[in-house]
Design a protein around this ligand. Sequence first.
Ligand code: PEP
Ligand code: MN
Length: 334
Amino acid sequence: VIVSLALGADAAAVRRELAARGLWIEAVERGAQAGDVFLVVSSYSAAVDSAEIAGIPGVRTVSVPVSAHPRIDEQGPVVDVGGVPVGANPLVFAGPCSVESEEQILRLALRLSALGVSFLRGGAFKPRTSPYSFQGHGEIALGWMRRAAHAARLKVVTEAMSEADVPLVAEYADLVQIGSRNMQNFALLKAVGRSTRPALLKRGMAATVEEWLLAAEYLLSHGSRGVVLCERGIRGISGGETRNLLDLGAVALLSHVHRLPVIVDPSHGVGRRDLIAPLSRAALAAGAAGVMIEVHEDPGNALSDGPQALSPEQLAALMPSLLPSSTPSAQVSR
Ligand code: PEP
Ligand code: MN
């Protein structure tokens, strides 16, 4: 951002006003005309509306660089998903890695709802690290999930893996998930956009924040009514102690600087249940709009991702530190 000063303006006073808003000046430049002064605002500054800057006494013009992702820049921090404002108060998304049976998902949905969870997660179409692993029950599991969520008054988030699945998934899901392996599958993003459903865009496991925002932009430009981002860990140096590197710096950046709704998936981030509690709390402290946690009634026998799943009892113990003001009974009567 470049701020030009009115002729004779008190540059020191303007700088103080800018600094008070978290805007740091990295250079002061003089123009060709005598008296022209330009303040160059560092890109490591707070996000402040340019109209507010223009209103500071002594400011003549404010120039904002053209962004490659104007729609997501304008989206704002809250996305309405079927009447639930994601980005307002912290929310918990929970459920199994994959939807395994009708009974499983119904029992679990009712327990999760009673704990204060808002979104039921679960895969019907599963991306896997190995193509030879269980790939989900498909369409029938979408129906099980929708009915369970309806009975438990939860919203549904589930993944569409291919363009062909999108119309079906969009029929059953409140929020259509795009998995890490598909963040740059632009044909899929286009199809999800056309469905107009809000999208949950997981970060590609080797994607920069800028690439992630460009993918979000693409969804919005093709019709998505809002994008919620999800940090799920990126590939990095790991001896296998943790599955990925959970990038909470990116979460703080997106939340506090870009002012966008971003949730954190610590389950895929570290791949081990013993670290879910501290990382969930850290995620919310960094500005996350919520956390998405894998939960299974019998993690030892889960069809996928058992080692990172919490039991419902473990989630129950964690909930008060995630949503201190929500008591289970208050949620049930919602
Ligand atoms: C998931 O959330 O079910 C999943 C497969 O995650 P990711 O795409 O982040 O690996
Ligand atoms: Mn999983």
